[in-house]
Write a protein that binds this ligand. Sequence first.
Ligand code: FES
Length: 140
Amino acid sequence: MYSDKVMDHFRNPRNVGYIEDADGIGKVGNPVCGDIMELTIKVEDDVITDARFRTFGCGAAIATSSIVTEMVKGKRVDEALTISNKAVVDALGGLPRVKVHCSVLAEQALKSAIEDYHERRKGQPVEQTAAPAGDREPTA
Ligand code: FES
């Protein structure tokens, strides 16, 4: 019923935990099954350097959260935002149809963490970098 990859991520989940000084936190739940997923990300220079998850849910929810943390590490935030639940399912070698909603939860947790990251950055001063000498306006 489950692929070897799903079983592997379920039995040996990667990146379980919570980043205390996270740059983005996403917490989502599915009201039908009651499963809850929380994803924290660390971002440096717009690149996701770390991702951790805590999931209270089914085996597929654990496997999808686990693989999503692996998929986002090293990606730019805008790239990570394009990861769909289908990409998560494909990376796991497929999921039974009744478990596809678990991958949707993983996509939502990721999007929510990135939204939170953008939210936190609002209002922060933008770093000024000096223009190269050649681009400067000539001074009188
Ligand atoms: Fe709901 Fe898996 S059964 S997330």
